[in-house]
Design a protein around this ligand. Structure first.
Ligand code: FES
Length: 629
């Protein structure tokens, strides 16, 4: 049956090569009349179950009605089902990461071989005996052996399982070895996220993340480059830190999955250009000043050990290509996972971190740029700001009449009005966006971003300006509003610039990637003008799209070729040198932005009075416009 499947091009798996060990070739014969196929399928059409199948059933169990395809010989017309689990190129279904339809077809594949025993007369070495066995048993031609696998080959004996990567034997285990593993890693400047997967089934076995230890050298990327510029050996230190974190993460993921880290054969990595250079041990300084020169904008495959990861001695790390000096392999991952280059609607992808990477376009043209938003969206530069962690305010509502707030903190489902004991520790990026948008809607913040005096105990003088007291010890200050205005103006101006280049005024769909994109309420993003006007139903989160791209490159060899080709087509726009960027930036400082049409929001929310009347009844010195800007 296995041979017939191969001849007919039916997708039926095998690791053991047809000796009844792996169970990957399972099929379900179906009996009866099949007018559609014009045949009758009967039990006599297959040979009886063999002793090997009995042994397999005793060892691993076999679902009733199933046979091992490699053991069942065909004697007549028969209809068989190939269960999804027996397909080599099986579909991956995963909820945690958003993956487009993907078949498992990794660069590393397992093959069980039985070499001819060496005799006194044998004049060829084991590598050639192996190549011969692979030719005879797997129809694989011109296979060579990586010198680093020779010791394992020597120790394995004549019956072994080999891993073949790009026509080269990369690993050898004695006897039958069932599976190999891979890890996909998204190296962010704040957090590093990883996913461990079974490379034969595509199943995700564990996931996890840790803080990037470089953070003590600065929240934003430029402060890390500055550290390297000002400190001899600083690049080595930052490389050691990130590589150490990668190694720790892989160790954690292996432990969680209950496997040995030496069973991990493949790693894929994405990251912004500075992280990319640092984890590869490259000097990031050329990325810190014009012309923001990338050392390479091609994909790279290096030994996993050279990025500090202890795994199988021959494990390889594939790094997705960077796109431009400010647009990294993480954006390549976002593109691979979201596939804007395969669709006709004009899509905007935004990955907000300490920089915002922006991709705009469709199957015809794709543009990319980076906007210097700074870390305000991550809670930095905000007086009570903190990262999105338990205790941080993440949702805010403000009563339009009384100006009394309600809020939710991460880690607790109740609103503050239902649970007065909520004791927030700070406010995270999504919380500050909601707070400022709600204050804008409530008329406490003007279109120009000025915190206005209002007759409420919540609005208090703060030097020459006013602040809004959201909770005990947590206030929204004038400076906080300014920080968000600057960040959102940079983001909006970058997007607008790309729209100009494409000569469009309307975007068909918007996808917000990354942690910020997952948490932010898109309606509030639009109220403040972070993103252009778009049908709200067409704006959604892409989750960790960069990580999903890394997983795709881990599980599917064609995905690597795809992104390598697509990045060559991307038009890179440098925001720093475009005069229009400055003009858009200035226009975008207002809430939501100068040209806002409030197209869909007006049906959902009550928009603020454009010229809110001055507060009456309380005497407090009002800051002048000059003081507050
Ligand atoms: Fe391995 Fe059939 S091919 S058990």
């Amino acid at each position: 049956m296995l041979n017939a499947a191969r001849q007919l091009g039916v997708d039926l798996g095998s690791v053991c090569g047809g000796v009844g060990l792996c169970g990957r070739c399972q099929i379900t014969p179906v009996f009866g009349d099949f007018p559609k196929h014009q045949i009758s399928s009967s039990e006599a059409a297959l040979t009886k179950a063999t002793a090997t199948e009995g042994e397999y059933e005793a060892r691993k169990g076999l679902t009733i009605g199933r046979r091992l395809g490699c053991m069942a010989d065909i004697c007549g017309d028969v209809v068989v089902d190939v269960p999804a689990t027996s397909q080599v190129h099986r579909q991956v279904i995963r909820k945690e990461l958003e993956l487009v339809d993907l078949v498992v077809d990794p660069v590393s594949t397992l093959h069980y071989v039985q070499m001819e025993a060496a005799t006194l007369e044998t004049t060829i070495g084991t590598t050639r005996r192996l190549a011969q066995a692979l030719r005879d048993q797997w129809a694989m031609e011109h296979i060579t052996v990586d010198p680093r696998a020779l010791r394992d080959l020597q120790a394995a004996g004549d019956t072994c399982t080999v891993v073949i990567r790009d026509g080269v034997v990369a690993a050898v285990w004695p006897g039958f070895h069932e599976t190999t593993y891979g890890v996909a890693i998204d190296v962010g400047s704040t957090t590093i996220a990883g996913y461990l997967l079974d490379l034969t089934t595509g199943e995700q076995l564990s996931s996890g993340g840790l803080m990037n230890p470089q953070i003590r050298f600065g929240e934003d990327l430029m402060s890390r480059v500055s550290y390297v510029m000002m400190n001899e050996g600083g690049d080595r230190l930052l490389t050691d830190l990130v590589q150490g974190a990668l190694n720790d993460l892989v160790g954690d993921l292996a432990k969680q999955a209950g496997i040995e880290r030496t069973e991990i054969l493949e790693i894929t990595l994405v990251g912004n250009p500075i992280m990319h250079h640092l984890f590869l041990g490259l000097d990031p300084r050329p990325l810190g000043e014009a012309p923001f020169k990338l050392t390479t904008d091609e994909s790279i495959t290096v030994p996993a050990s050279s990025v500090g990861i202890k795994a199988h001695p021959n494990a390889a790390a594939y790094v997705l290509p960077c796109i431009a000096g400010h647009v990294g392999a993480d954006t390549a991952g976002v593109i691979l996972s979201d596939q804007p280059h395969t669709r006709s609607p004009i899509a905007l992808l935004v990955d907000v971190g300490t920089n915002a990477e922006i991709v705009l376009g469709n199957q015809d043209r794709l543009l990319a740029a980076s906007s210097p938003t700074g870390p305000a969206f991550e809670g930095a530069q905000i007086s009570a700001g903190q990262r999105a962690a338990p205790g941080a305010i993440e949702r805010v509502r403000i009563d339009r009449a009384t100006l009394e707030p309600r809020f939710k903190v991460i880690g607790n489902d109740a609103w503050s009005t239902e649970n007065p004991d909520l004791d927030p520790t700070g406010i995270c990026g999504s919380g500050i966006i909601e707070a400022i948008a709600e204050l804008f809607l409530a008329g406490v913040i003007s279109e120009d971003g000025v915190v206005l005096d209002r007759p409420s105990d919540r609005v208090v003088p703060d030097g020459r300006t006013f602040s809004y007291v959201l909770a005990d010890g947590i206030t929204i200050t004038q400076n906080d509003v300014r920080a968000i205005q600057l960040a959102k103006a940079a983001l909006y101006a970058g997007i607008r610039l790309l729209m100009d280049k494409l000569d469009i005024d309307v975007i068909d769909e918007i996808r917000l990637a990354g942690a910020f994109g997952s948490h932010i309420n898109v309606m509030y993003a639009m109220i403040l003008g972070l993103i252009p006007d778009c049908d709200l139903t067409k704006v959604n989160s892409a989750g960790n799209a960069a990580g999903a791209g890394a997983v795709m490159a881990l599980l599917n060899r064609d995905a690597r070729r795809e992104i390598e080709t697509v990045v060559r087509r991307i038009e890179k726009i440098e925001t720093a040198t475009e005069p229009a960027f400055q003009a858009h930036f200035v226009d975008a400082m207002a809430f939501p932005h100068k040209t806002a049409a409030y197209p869909h929001l007006s049906q959902k929310i009550e928009l603020p009075q454009r010229a809110a009347p001055a507060a009456q009844g309380r005497r407090r010195r009002r800051p002048s416009q000059e003081e507050s800007t």
